[in-house]
Design a protein around this ligand. Sequence first.
Ligand SMILES: NC(=O)c1ccc[n+]([C@@H]2O[C@H](COP(=O)([O-])OP(=O)(O)OC[C@H]3O[C@@H](n4cnc5c(N)ncnc54)[C@H](OP(=O)(O)O)[C@@H]3O)[C@@H](O)[C@H]2O)c1
Length: 269
Amino acid sequence: VTASVYPVAHPGELELNLADPQQIGEVFDSAQPAWILIAGAFCHVDLCETKRKNCFNVNVAGPKRCAELARQTGATVVYYSTDHVFDGTKERYSESDAVQPLNTYAESKVAGEEALRAALPEGHLILRTSWLYGPDPARKNFPIRFTDRLRAGEKVPVPSDQWGSPTYTEDLARVTRFLLEKGARGTFHATGPDFLSRGTLAARICKSYHLDALQATFVETDQLQQPAKRPLRIRLNTDKLAAIGAPPLRGVTEGLKSLRPVALEAAQS
Ligand SMILES: NC(=O)c1ccc[n+]([C@@H]2O[C@H](COP(=O)([O-])OP(=O)(O)OC[C@H]3O[C@@H](n4cnc5c(N)ncnc54)[C@H](OP(=O)(O)O)[C@@H]3O)[C@@H](O)[C@H]2O)c1
């Protein structure tokens, strides 16, 4: 559950709807959190183009409300953001580089970041990440979904011209904890160390899990005719994270090995 508050004093879980400012206030009153980690988001990049208002409610207004409430209580807010705040025209991006969002989803994440910096200048942590994958029970990330589809005998189109840095979710969680415990604040880039194309990642998954690579068909992003424009090649510079002593994130070889038991278990029907 990515958008819940876990109150330390009251074990349990409270649902928090980022699109409902009043309910966010009620959850804060009840839970009195010291740390708020906002991983929940409106992430369907194409749907964001037609559901702009919903997208901004969830990705901007909700996090802004959390930040305003946190300011009153002295709490810290972590906002998970994306490499897509950039357009990919530069070789490698540092935290201080100018953003250049190409679609509504990316615009909303930029606006979410700005809302946090404005409402909670001393108490926010923004972690920009990329191509998340890990042992997700919902089996929604690329390596698991790709594996499920191949094992179901499907032909799977893979955009061969998109490049990124696969990031193992458990490592991102570990990094988040490290930064919070260290009292770090501000913006950090947090991705895995490898930079590769979606096609190469697909081939690595096939090799690692002994799947039939011929079932993957490589296509150019343009051929997919998706409503939202996508940056094709974004590499984040993670030197700032390394310099503060954060635990290293695992590369693809290690990540696929860690994911193997979950990836190869039968998908729920
Ligand atoms: N996945 C990536 O490769 C990637 C890359 C860069 C950054 N990020 C960022 O990382 C975070 C997590 O991404 P993800 O891939 O895990 O996204 P995801 O799989 O699409 O999950 C989004 C989560 O947000 C929840 N959510 C949606 N609307 C909500 C609302 N109104 N209130 C509370 N929660 C709501 C969803 O709950 P339901 O399932 O119940 O709808 C879901 O659990 C996001 O902030 C995203 O921008 C992801």
